[in-house]
Ligand binder design. Structure first.
Ligand code: AMP
Length: 307
């Protein structure tokens, strides 16, 4: 595995590979690898000729400097994991190289960046869109891989790619969970043992939403209240939001007649965790012949049943 730190060198390498019709699969990450990251790397490796993993803790997407400061970093361990999964290139630029002092160009995706985490973390999705746009232009991937764990991020990137005619196919991958259902996250390592136990209330609350939906409940406010009530049984959970929204637009809905998303953000101590699950009503229509590749609404996104 080659480690590249300079954006120009990475882009030159990508151009040379593309000239030889070698397909690049990109996995953008912020490091502190866990099995969620590994699942994306494996898939990128399987479906492309070369797997490029980017490791960059993007300052532009942190609205809270203390959160950026505390973000877990372990380059040596990450290098070893990426190598063992078979990544071909680890691209790990410096913040100064990605954002030189004279940089003036940023990418903003408007509507879909605003609800959910957009309300709590001003500028976050502008940072995400900007860095992903740069990574696309630097690594020139044929496909790029993202986790549905960060569902709104997937929607923002899909919208950006559609609006700006970015060429790579976007592949949105299911959330990888711990045995007790907690969605894997680099932030989980910073939970106290008590908060780690308490955090399982997130997948439990989402399971409840899924089971009520399976029983026929279609009123988003009923499901929202149920999830909130379940979260309130855990005093260590500080709820930031519980929302049931349209899975495509992330806007409020009056009834779950189209695919919907149940999304939660909650704090355990100073660690903010998010999780979500899609609720997809059975379609009365036959499957379309050519599904839109940017449409994530039918991607499996479920909480695994309790072990
Ligand atoms: P991060 O390093 O947290 O920015 O994540 C890098 C990529 O891995 C993003 O596309 C995330 O959505 C994805 N990811 C993070 N956690 C998980 C998980 N538990 N399951 C699947 N993908 C994940």
């Amino acid at each position: 595995m080659k480690v590249i730190r300079e954006p120009r060198e990475m882009q030159q390498t990508a151009l040379t590979l593309r000239d030889k019709a070698i397909r690049i699969g990109l996995v953008p990450t912020m490091g502190a690898f866990h099995d969620g990251h590994v699942s994306l790397m494996r898939r990128a490796k399987q479906e492309n000729d070369v797997c490029v993993v980017s490791l960059f803790v993007n300052p532009l997407q942190f609205n809270d400097p203390a959160d950026l400061e505390r973000y877990p970093r372990n380059e040596a361990a990450d290098l070893e994991i990426a190598r063992s999964v078979g990544a071909d290139i680890l691209f790990t630029p410096s913040a100064a190289a990605m954002y030189p002092p004279d940089a003036q160009t940023f990418v903003e995706v408007t509507r879909v960046s605003q609800p959910l985490c957009g309300g709590q973390r001003p500028g976050h999705f502008r940072g995400v869109a900007t860095v992903v746009a740069k990574l696309f232009m630097i690594t020139l991937p044929r496909r790029a891989y993202f986790g549905l764990k960060d569902y709104q991020q997937c929607r923002v990137i899909a919208q950006m790619a559609r609006d700006l005619y970015f060429p790579p196919d976007l592949v949105f991958c299911p959330t990888v969970r711990e045995a007790d259902g907690l969605a894997m996250s680099s932030r989980n390592a910073r939970l106290t043992p008590e908060d780690r136990r308490a955090a399982t209330v997130l997948p439990r609350a989402l399971e409840l939403a899924q089971s009520r939906f399976a029983d026929g409940e279609r009123d988003p406010s009923v499901i929202q209240a149920l999830v909130r009530e379940r979260l309130l049984t855990e005093p260590r959970a500080g709820i930031e939001y519980v929302e049931v929204v349209d899975a495509q637009t992330l806007e409020p809905i009056a009834e779950i007649a189209q695919p919907a998303l149940v999304a939660i953000a909650a704090r355990f101590g100073d660690i903010r965790l998010i999780d979500s699950v899609a609720l997809t009503p059975p379609s009365p229509e036959p499957e379309p012949l050519a599904p839109d590749p940017l449409d994530t609404s039918d991607v499996p996104h479920r909480v695994a049943p309790r072990a």
